[in-house]
Design a protein around this ligand. Structure first.
Ligand SMILES: Cc1cc2nc3c(=O)[nH]c(=O)nc-3n(C[C@H](O)[C@H](O)[C@H](O)COP(=O)(O)OP(=O)(O)OC[C@H]3O[C@@H](n4cnc5c(N)ncnc54)[C@H](O)[C@@H]3O)c2cc1C
Length: 303
């Protein structure tokens, strides 16, 4: 049987003695952050993670994710553990309170992430990718996008991905071929295939928000011609609820050694989406225009 003792002593040493956590309270928004509070958070995180995620590590890897006709099923227990994880607010520790987060310092959230990955890396990739999508959208998305997607990514009811890699390009993303063609309503139709997409499809949440790298028709060659697009699995309704199915589909999962409970997916897209633009962009339309370009069958993944 696997065991895990949260390395709290080492963590306290790093956060309090090497980095003087008492100085955190001088930063705006962290006025209530005391060393005692940090200790409590780390202790509770250690208890929850070792009790909930560790027992699923070996069983999850033995069972793995299953792919059936575009649907990916995570191993037994993952769905319940994910619900307990988001109900406890563990995925929202360092997220902005404006979007429902707890506003803790990244340094504290990183230590919790270390415990999650130490106990169950496969599980950790689902909220980990969501947090990456949250950070990218928060930093570069227009307000209209942030208001719809960030609260859901922060409370964990939707997860996020990063769709970069294609079968012919990993490190050299300047070669990517996925196309984004602007539509009359201001959205984009994205066509292409991605591989190795962590959390690209799963049964943990009602929606998955893909951040997809693609190239517009007038884009210069190479890395400078790449843009980032939001491609939700289900298009959100104006009230934020889940709407119609979008044309993004999982065409298979990778067979790999280790982290078999993490769904590493092949993803094909052929649909309309939204490109995050600077928050000041006057051309961003409100969410009620998103229904305009829903259509199309999905292309098969070339890999
Ligand atoms: C488990 C897993 C999960 C992943 N999740 C995601 C995901 O969520 N989203 C996503 O988009 N991708 C994901 N990836 C893909 C990952 O980002 C790519 O594997 C990575 O970018 C490397 O690309 P590649 O595998 O094509 O290797 P290559 O680009 O072919 O590189 C192979 C080797 O050559 C070296 N190399 C490449 N180019 C050069 C150069 N010009 N000069 C010197 N050395 C070079 C690299 O450093 C590497 O050692 C995932 C991969 C794995 C294994």
């Amino acid at each position: 049987m696997q065991t895990y003792t949260p390395p709290l002593r080492d963590m306290r040493f790093v956060i309090h003695e090497l980095h003087d956590s008492s100085a955190l309270a001088q930063l705006p928004g962290l006025e209530e952050m005391t060393p005692d509070l940090l200790n409590t958070i780390l202790e509770e995180a250690g208890k929850f993670i070792s009790a909930t995620l560790l027992p699923l590590n070996a069983s999850g890897d033995a069972e793995g994710c299953r792919y059936e006709n575009g649907v990916v099923r995570t191993p037994k227990g993952f769905k319940e553990a994910y619900k307990a994880f988001i109900d406890g607010g563990w995925g929202a520790l360092s997220s902005d309170p404006e979007y429902g987060g707890q506003g803790l310092p990244q340094s504290a959230a990183k230590l919790v992430e270390e415990m999650i990955c130490g106990c169950n890396l496969s599980f950790g990739l689902y909220p980990g990718l969501s947090h990456g999508a949250y950070l990218a959208l928060k930093s570069h998305g227009a307000d209209a996008l942030k208001n719809v997607y960030l609260p859901k990514l922060v409370d964990g009811s939707w997860t996020g991905t990063m769709c970069l890699t294609e079968s012919h390009c990993g490190t050299d993303l300047g070669l990517l071929r996925t196309k984004a063609v602007p539509q009359a309503d201001g959205s984009y139709r994205i066509t292409g295939s991605k591989i190795f997409i962590s959390a690209g499809e799963h049964d943990l949440t009602e929606n998955i928000i893909h951040l997809v790298l693609a190239r517009t028709p007038d884009a210069p060659p190479g890395i400078k011609g790449i843009s980032l697009f939001v491609v939700p699995k289900f298009l959100p309704n104006a009230d934020g609820s889940v709407g119609p199915r979008n044309g993004v589909k999982c065409t298979g999962i990778e067979h790999k050694m280790g982290i078999k409970a993490s769904a590493t997916c092949q993803i094909s897209t052929r649909w309309a989406s939204r490109r995050p633009r600077p928050a000041r962009s006057p051309s961003m339309r409100p969410p009620d225009s998103w229904s305009a370009n829903r259509t199309r069958a999905c292309v098969r993944c070339s890999s």
